[in-house]
Design a protein around this ligand. Structure first.
Ligand SMILES: Nc1ncnc2c1ncn2[C@@H]1O[C@H](COP(=O)(O)OP(=O)(O)OP(=O)(O)O)[C@@H](O)[C@H]1O
Length: 286
C-alpha cells in the first residue's frame, strides 16, 4: 500500500513567541518499493516530515496513511507503526548504549517480546544486510569499533525490526568517503534485493542522483519540486534560488555540451560521465 500524505501541516510551539510553521500543506504519495530522495535547505522541514511518517510527531492539520494506519492530530499512534516504518536518525550511533553489538541490535526485537531464537535470527540477518560479520563483531563493544561500523550497527538495529519502509536522515553525515560509499552501497542493495520502500534525506545531490527513483524538494515547509532526477535537475535556477545545486558532474557535462561536445545533458554521476566520454573517445578512434 502506498504512503499517503494529505495536506500535512505542522506548527511547533503553537501560540508561543517561538511558534514555527515547519510544514505547510504538504501532500504526496510514495508507492511500494519506491526509492525517494528528500532534499532541501537547512530548516526546510525534511526532518519534521520524516518524523511524521513513523509517528514521532503528529500533524497539526492533515493526515498520513501508512498501510492500514491513519494518523491525524486526534490519533493515538499505534506502536506497530514503528514496526512498519524504520527511521534512522542523523548520527544514529549516538543512541547505541548496550554493552555489545549483539545486545544493541537485539534491543528492538526483544522489546517485541519475540522468542530468543527469533531475536537471534533477526540480529544475524540485519548484520548480514549491512555487511557486518556476525562472529567477528557480535561481542564487541559498540564503542570500540570504527565510526562506519558503529553506523552500520545502528542501521542494523532498525532493520532488525523488519520494517517495510526505511527512512534514513543523512545516513552518511560525518563518515569518510569509504564509509559513505559502503553505507550507500548497502542501502542500494536493500532497495534492489529486498524491494524495500526507502526515503533518503540527504544534502548530497550526487548521492541522491545516483540512487533514487524520485526526488521531493522541500523549501520553507512546502514541496517546491517533485519528480524524477532529470526533471528536478532541469530546474537549475529554481534550485539555486533555494540554496541548492545540481551535481557538479552535471555542470561539467553541460559545459562540455555548450562547447560543442556531443554529450547528453542528463548526466548526474561520475560513472555515467566516464561511460559517455569513453564511448565518444572510442567512437572517434574508429
Ligand atoms: N523541536 C523544534 N522546536 C521548534 N522548532 C523546530 C523544532 N524542530 C525544528 N524546528 C523548526 O522547524 C523548521 C523545520 O526544521 P527541520 O529540522 O524539519 O528542517 P530540516 O530541513 O530537517 O533541516 P536540516 O537540514 O538542518 O536537518 C525550522 O524552522 C526549525 O527551526
Amino acid at each position: 500500500m502506498p504512503i499517503v500524505v494529505e495536506h500535512l501541516t505542522h506548527v511547533y510551539m503553537p501560540g508561543s513567541p517561538f511558534e514555527s510553521l515547519a510544514l505547510d500543506d504538504v501532500s504526496f504519495e510514495i508507492q511500494d518499493g519506491e526509492f525517494v530522495g528528500l532534499i532541501g535547505h537547512t530548516g526546510s522541514g525534511k526532518s519534521t516530515l520524516v518524523q511524521h511518517l513513523n509517528g514521532l510527531l503528529k500533524p497539526t492539520k492533515g493526515r498520513i496513511v501508512v498501510d492500514d494506519i491513519e494518523i491525524t492530530s486526534e490519533s493515538k499512534v499505534p506502536k506497530r507503526l514503528r514496526q512498519h516504518v524504520g527511521l534512522v536518525f542523523q548520527y544514529p550511533e549516538h543512541q547505541l548504549f548496550e554493552e555489545t553489538v549483539y545486545q544493541d541490535i537485539a534491543f528492538g526485537p526483544r522489546n517485541l517480546n519475540l522468542p530468543e531464537d527469533e531475536v537471534e535470527r533477526r540480529v544475524r540477518e540485519a548484520m548480514a544486510l549491512v555487511g557486518l560479520d556476525f562472529e567477528a563483531v557480535k561481542d564487541r563493544s559498540p564503542f570500540e569499533i570504527s565510526g562506519g561500523q558503529r553506523r552500520r550497527v545502528a542501521i542494523a538495529g532498525v532493520l532488525a525490526m523488519e520494517p517495510r519502509i526505511l527512512i534514513l536522515d543523512e545516513p552518511t553525515a560525518g563518515l569518510d568517503p569509504r564509509g559513505r560509499d559502503e553505507i550507500l552501497g548497502q542501502i542500494k542493495n536493500l532497495h534492489a534485493q529486498r524491494g524495500m520502500t526507502i526515503i533518503l534525506v540527504s544534502h548530497s545531490m550526487e548521492d541522491i542522483a545516483r540512487l533514487v527513483d524520485r526526488i521531493i524538494v522541500m523549501n520553507r515547509g512546502r514541496i517546491a519540486l517533485m519528480g524524477k532526477p532529470e526533471e528536478v535537475f532541469s530546474h537549475v535556477d529554481e534550485l539555486h534560488a533555494m540554496g541548492l545545486g545540481i551535481p557538479q558532474i552535471t555542470h561539467v557535462m553541460r559545459g562540455l555540451k555548450a562547447r560543442g561536445m556531443d554529450v547528453p545533458d542528463n548526466i548526474y554521476t561520475v560513472e555515467q560521465a566516464v561511460k559517455v566520454i569513453l564511448e565518444r573517445v572510442r567512437g572517434k578512434k574508429k
